[in-house]
Design a protein around this ligand. Sequence first.
Ligand SMILES: [Zn+2]
Ligand SMILES: [Zn+2]
Length: 220
Amino acid sequence: MKADLHMHSTASPDAKVDPIDILRKMKAKGFGAVAILDHNSIEGSLRASKVAEEIGMILVRGLEVSSEAGHIGALRVEEMIPRGLSPDETVDRIHSLGGLAVALHPYRMSTGVGEDVVKRCHFDAVEIVNGFTSDRRNGKAKALADSLELSYTAGSDAHYEKEMGSAYLEIEDSSDADELLKKIESGKGSPGGSGLGLGGSIKAAGALTWEWMARGFRRM
Ligand SMILES: [Zn+2]
Ligand SMILES: [Zn+2]
C-alpha cells in the first residue's frame, strides 16, 4: 500500500487543494493512505477524517508545527500544538497527545530542524523522502535516520494537485491509521518516489523565495 504522509490542503495558507478532494484524488492515483499535515492547522485533517472511511482511504490526522528550530510533523494528533515553541517542547507535546513526532525535511534550509536537533530531541521518525527537497538532502536525512535507528516516513509535501503522491512510503496493507502507524513505528516502510533533482531544486528555491517575499518576509 502506498502512503503519502505529508500533504497540504486549503487549511494551509499556501496550498490549493480541498482536504476532501485530496482523498478522492489520491484514491484515484492508487494510494491507500495519506496524512494531511497543514501548517499550524489541524482543521484540514479533521475535515478529511470525517469522510475518509466513506471514500475508502486511511487518513492520518495531524499537522506540521513551526517550532522555533523548524518544521515538525505531528502524526496521530487531533489537537492544535502552538507554533514557536522549542523543538523539545513541541516533541513533548506531540508525545503527551499520543502522537508520533517526525523530523520533516530536516536538512532543508531555514525550515528544517537540522541534524543537532534531530539527534537531541526524542523524535520517533525522520522524513527520508520529501517531494519538495533535493535528492541530496533527502539522502542525508535517510543516513541520519539510519544512524539513530529511527523509523522512516516519506511524503510529497504537495501544495498543488500536480505534486500529490510524488514521494511516499510503501508499506503493508493496513486496515486503519493506528495499524498503519504501528507498522511505521516498527520500521516496516520503504520509501518510494523522489525529491527534486538539481533543476527542480533551483526552481523550488526561487518559488519559495518569491512566496516568502509575498508573505512580507515571514517564515511559514
Ligand atoms: Zn515543512
Ligand atoms: Zn509541509
